[in-house]
Ligand binder design. Structure first.
Ligand SMILES: [Zn+2]
Length: 91
């Protein structure tokens, strides 16, 4: 059950091996994810900046779980280490 499709990212035609495949290759799928995450974060930024968002939650970075810190860091485009330094948690 193969079908020629057009990649949603690069526009190349490719043979879809599965019914739900919409990208021609791994890199295009990753690019699609990256764009979606970026778009989500951009919408988020349109409303409030990161520090305000953290204040609103009333949770200092030192009280956040590792997963939450990782999430915030990634959302801000920083590595875990860079984020911790920016919060003054590393000296
Ligand atoms: Zn592609």
């Amino acid at each position: 059950m193969q079908e020629v499709r057009k990649c949603a990212i690069c526009g190349n035609e490719f043979i879809a091996k599965r019914a739900n495949t919409i990208y021609c290759s791994g890199p295009c799928r990753i690019e699609a994810n990256r764009r979606r995450n970026k778009a989500n974060w951009q919408n988020h930024l349109d409303e409030k900046n990161l520090s305000r968002e953290i204040k609103k939650r009333g949770k200092p970075a030192s009280a956040m779980t590792l997963a939450e810190i990782n999430e915030e860091a990634r959302a801000a485009g920083m590595s875990y280490g860079q984020y911790m330094v920016s919060k003054g948690l590393y000296s």
